[in-house]
Design a protein around this ligand. Structure first.
Ligand SMILES: [Zn+2]
Ligand SMILES: [Zn+2]
Length: 255
């Protein structure tokens, strides 16, 4: 059995170190011993792991208390056994690594549901219409949820399959030295699912292009630059996401 070093000693902080002190001490160590900076250096690798473990314990008030009272043995008794590998370290410290190296080690699957885009319509009004208000109808060409598949993009009666390339997570891991970088799955483009039987009405888009007449009531007293918002009259959302809004921009002709 190897003898573990004291966690406070590893990070080079006092036993009363604050959360901020711990974080900045750990950050320094992580940068210094980072595998990318020390390729193939076993000693650096050990130090990197050691620092991560020390920080993991000390930043958690409960674990820190156990450690302060009972030391390493106390933590083992509580079921904490350190990190298994680098991936473990990166997934625990997503936030810090994002700060340090510009990306997160943690995976987050992208949601399929997306809000539809807002639409803009420019409306010309005469001076009198702008002054007293008017009601008019505008002809919009926009996307709407496909009535055949109700936005699922699948042929009715069929369902999307989990992407085999990424096991439905939408992300794939790529090793870069000791780093594991997660990127959007190229096979399903981050959706995590593949539509094997696309809806024939919308060709698997879940949306169709429609023409819609929308009546707009312009209140009196509008001016050039006034903007009216018609909630839910924008483009359809993806996979039953909320519909966007329609913005009517007013332009008043000179009197
Ligand atoms: Zn459809
Ligand atoms: Zn995939």
């Amino acid at each position: 059995m190897t003898i573990k070093r004291d966690y406070y000693e590893i990070l080079g902080v006092g036993r009363d170190a604050s959360e901020t002190e711990l974080k900045s001490a750990y950050r320094k160590q992580a940068i210094k011993y980072h595998p990318d900076k020390n390729p193939g250096n076993k000693a650096a690798e050990e130090k990197f792991k050691e620092a991560a473990e020390a920080y993991e314990v000390l930043q958690d008030p409960q674990k820190r208390q156990i450690y302060d009272q009972y030391g390493h043995q106390g933590l083992e008794g509580a079921g904490f056994s350190g990190f298994r590998g680098f991936e473990d370290i990166f997934s625990s410290f997503g936030g810090i690594f994002e700060d340090l190296f510009g990306f997160s080690g943690a995976s987050r699957s992208q949601s399929r549901t997306q809000r539809g885009s807002d639409l803009r319509y420019d409306m010309r009004l005469s001076f009198m219409e702008a002054a007293f208000g008017t009601e008019t109808e505008i002809d919009l060409e926009k996307t709407a949820t496909c009535p055949e598949c109700e936005g699922s993009a699948c042929k009715p009666g069929t369902y999307p399959e989990n992407c085999r390339h990424c096991q439905g997570t939408g992300q794939v891991s790529r090793s870069q030295g000791f780093f594991t970088v997660r990127t959007t799955c190229p096979s399903c483009r981050g959706q995590g699912q593949i539509i094997t039987n696309p809806c024939s009405e919308c060709s698997g888009a879940g949306k169709v292009l429609i023409h819609k007449k929308v009546s707009v009531k312009i209140p009196g007293g509008v001016d050039t630059g006034s903007r009216l918002r018609l909630t839910g009259e924008g483009e359809a959302g993806s996979f039953n996401g909320p519909t966007g809004d329609l913005y009517v921009f007013i332009h008043v002709e000179p009197h």
